[in-house]
Design a protein around this ligand. Sequence first.
Ligand code: MN
Length: 415
Amino acid sequence: MRFIHTSDIHLGKTYRTSTGEAERYEDFFICLAGIVTDAIEAKVGFVLIGGDLFHVGQILPKTFAKTIETLQPLKDANIPCIAIEGNHDWIHRRDSISWMEALSQMGYICLLRPSRTEEGGYRFDPFNTEAGMGGHIEIEGLNIYGLGYIGAQAGNHVERICDAVSTENNLLLFHVGIWSYSPVEIGNMKPEDSHPLAETFDYVALGHGHKPYIVATPEGRDYAYNPGSPEQVNFGEQKYDKGYYFVTLNDGEFTVDFKTTSPRPMTVTTIDLDEAEDANEALLRFVEQVKAKLPETEDKRQPLLELKLIGRVKFHPFELGREQLGIALEEIARPLHVEIKNHLSLVTHTGGEETVKKSLAEIEYDVLKELIGTSSEYQGREEELSRLSLQIRDLILRGDVEADELLGLLDGEGH
Ligand SMILES: [Mn+2]
């Protein structure tokens, strides 16, 4: 038996304020369509999606329509697409039907979700095709169980999860990260909490962290697999391999083969403008360094860029405007989307003495620290609380943060 294990597709993600919005939106559908084509060509038995099919819980109607269009060939080929909900497609309002439930009822996916017993245990009811509901589905003797995102307490639930399973040849779909492997801060469990899963499940199909990794038991047997995201969802992910697992099951043995996908080119780099005399010199150096740092590629797609400007300069950093940098970048890189972090600080000379003016980021931090320090309740924790405030601010400005993620930060789960 062969199957595909993918996760974290993030359909609906784009840069809302960018001119490349429409094209970036397409990237994620093109990526999923590629996996669907591979599944059909290889005639796999089924496809697993380990959560975060959608980028947000409340998607646009066109995102739903395009998802159906993208999954249609899989449905036509009678290849079941078995999915769970991730933290991104989780709907908190339980009274409304979620988009994932709708896809399941329409037969495009089999959405697995356990029910809970009064005692707090888990129950994996057999999947009912008509209702599009259930926690367990059997395909040619392989028992597939689905658990969505259950939050940061996942580690405490492992025993209850295993207790609810009495079959042999089991696979678990689970949207959770394993600490020390997972690059995300929230929604992880400790390896020692996770290892007991290996006694009940021969293959744990993970999702959540966008970096691929494989977890082994202390005895060295691989049992949990995280394929990562097949596109580059956020800046920083250009460091990770991008793809999905092509899995072969032979005599109870799982063999995984990581198939690479082709994400849009992404570059994250630091541009050093230290000692630049004026904005013109800085701009020349900026262009030179960007040119040198753009990787050589045959890829014709417009890249995504995140550039951090650093250094102590002798002109006001605001003179190096976003617009000016944008025009320069258009000529050398033709980026689809750019994010510029201006961390330049100004150096002035007064009476032969050199003074470094603070960067905007430092000023923000100092102001916050002072404000927080004026409340006697917070004294002594100024640094910690200033950092936390800025972290929350950055997440909100990114525009796609979920309430859970923010609460996690406040709970100190990130530490
Ligand atoms: Mn994700």
